[in-house]
Design a protein around this ligand. Sequence first.
Ligand code: 4AD
Ligand code: MG
Length: 459
Amino acid sequence: MERTKVNALLALDTTPGQVLVKGWVRTKRASKNFLFMEINDGSCLKNIQVIASDDLDNYADIERITTGSAVIITGDLIKSPGKGQNWEIQAADVQVVAIAPETYPLQKKRHSDEFLRTIAHLRPRTNKYGAAFRIRSEMAQAVHKFYHEKGFRYLTSPLITGSDCEGAGEMFRVTSIDPETIQKEGKIDFSKDFFGQESNLTVSGQLSAEMFALSLGDVYTFGPTFRAENSNTSRHVAEFWMLEPEMAFCDLDGNMDHGEELVKYLTRHALDHCSDDMGLFMNFVDKSLRGRIDTILNKEFDRIPYTEAIDILKKSKKKFEFKVEFGTDLQSEHERYLAEEYCKKPVFLTDYPKTIKPFYMRVNDDDKTVAAVDLLVPGIGELIGGSQREERLDVLENRMKEMALPREHYWWYLDSRKYGSVPHSGFGLGFERFLMLITGISNIRDVIPFPRTPGSIDF
Ligand code: 4AD
Ligand code: MG
């Protein structure tokens, strides 16, 4: 007989008679002549209840089943008299695949997120993390669906690079030189390194995406990015996934329109395709989530220039830890105030001072600001960072000189401004931050399978 996944079983209207189910025991309780087991196979939040009666040949074995044990069940799918479930299985055969000993750490129903982080290899077996990672998977599929429907091309940009896109110098070095050689020579000779020059893990696929947008039109990259920034916050990890669309013939307004459409589409997709799992988060994790999601779906996002935002922050009666002035980078407390308290919905901040933004952003006519855009969202702060790109060769060259960027690493980038340069725009959306937004999970470590943070790379 073919195996049926629990999600498919629970969706049945009529019983097919006998079914075959494979999964893990969440709970077991014994009665006088039979016992009940709740089986979960990871396909959905819900379990299927199995009843095993003591006339089964191996009932003694079945009685030894514990929480976490793996089983294969054959039996009749019958209407369940119990509340909250449609179906249950009257077992005809219970095969015990593996018994989990009492040391299995997930005995209780509830564990703290902090504890579960110490067993990140087991936490997807809990309701909450199973749901989170099913949603993560569905959202990754939705990203590709969205872009496929819009006719964007998917670009797999390189993970090892010779240039620093963001210019923040927060990169992980890639080298094949033996640390002992470096110690012996007292320095690193990059010309003898694998690539014959310094190389790093990428902080963004943007520069590659720009080259392909200027060739294929509309493209996106979606992959891991790496940052060696020492920020031990609930919103930063050293390895995270970034979604980066890049669009030729697109200005800053078009960029924002696209960002808003994307965020709304993905959020709607989560509600439509993960309703049980999303229900867990709305009912048990964050009671304000439903309202926040409604706002995302139904309200138009705000758009405010940075300079105006600085005024708003200065005039607010709020006590901030960090002072704001034109020219300062906004801290998370400022970003959250603007999104949560002032706008009460997602807000695009535009036109930041050029002194705090990377070289590739288009310089505005005031020569003080650039066509940058960040999307700030309630509960998190920055979700998207992007810009219109500087398409004018002379302006770009000047900016690079000002910022002392080594020309030899960017000659190919400059070529794109020599040959058929056009206005173009794009942004990066932090995939984990988006998952936090739609699940209400408040720590980024809990939406990524095995988080990498300063001082911690277990698993
Ligand atoms: O604002 P960022 O640094 O933008 C760029 O890298 C651009 N090159 C993207 C582009 O225009 N194509 O990063 C984009 C987003 C942020 O808004 C944030 O959501 C996320 O990436 N992000 C992080 N997420 C988790 N951990 C970190 N350490 C992150 N750093 C950035
Ligand atoms: Mg940013």
